[in-house]
Design a protein around this ligand. Sequence first.
Ligand SMILES: CCCCCCCCCCCCCC(=O)SCCNC(=O)CCNC(=O)[C@H](O)C(C)(C)COP(=O)(O)OP(=O)(O)OC[C@H]1O[C@@H](n2cnc3c(N)ncnc32)[C@H](O)[C@@H]1OP(=O)(O)O
Length: 202
Amino acid sequence: MPVLAEVPAERRELAARVRELVEEIVHTDAPAADLLTAAEWIAGATALLRTARRDRPMLLAHDGGYQVSMHSPVEGPGNPLAPPMTGLVAADGEMRATAVLSGAYEGPPGRVHGGWVAALLDHAVGRAVACAGLPAMTVSLTVDYRRGTPYGVPLTVRARFTGSEGRRVFATGEIVADGEVTAEASAILVAIRGLPASTQDG
Ligand SMILES: CCCCCCCCCCCCCC(=O)SCCNC(=O)CCNC(=O)[C@H](O)C(C)(C)COP(=O)(O)OP(=O)(O)OC[C@H]1O[C@@H](n2cnc3c(N)ncnc32)[C@H](O)[C@@H]1OP(=O)(O)O
């Protein structure tokens, strides 16, 4: 699969505008007529993009010195579903990144939905083992939710490779908000040949 030299600015911009849109949708109390007008405008934008549709979403690109999956729903700068993850640092089996989730990710009042907390951690352990040279898929993920994970503030997402046994690869990770660990994960992954490894370019 070709790796783009950089994330196209236009894709980053489009995803960022859609993230804002989603955030406003979940917060708006606009009158019904405005909701319908907005829905029409959005349908117009969707029709425009549909004129040049690829079959599969995955595109790899260089970003901040790393190869990233541009349309990953967790890290992808080009996927509006992704918070996304920014400021990635990954080397020697350890990764760290920042994510700011909007109110659109709310689960319990004022807190991020637990499924998204798990998604951040699942992705992080995948990144950590990939940068240890063992690209792998998660087969087991245990998440301990220590306290509510807030949205609207920077979350530090960290993970590390902790060892391997045959094809099984082990990793742990955590999310930190304002200096406090909100969730911890312990994962078992299975090494898969042919998966893209997290390569550092520089
Ligand atoms: C370049 C840019 C991109 C870079 C991206 C990098 C970061 C990206 C991050 C992205 C992150 C995305 C994150 C995601 O979304 S990961 C996606 C979510 N995960 C999946 O979809 C995986 C689904 N599972 C499978 O497809 C199969 O199970 C696979 C293919 C993985 C293995 O099936 P396969 O038939 O090949 O192997 P096997 O069954 O013989 O098992 C092999 C070994 O594993 C042991 N085992 C199995 N299950 C368990 C278990 N539950 N607990 C403990 N151990 C378990 C098993 O006993 C055996 O051990 P041993 O007998 O050999 O000792």
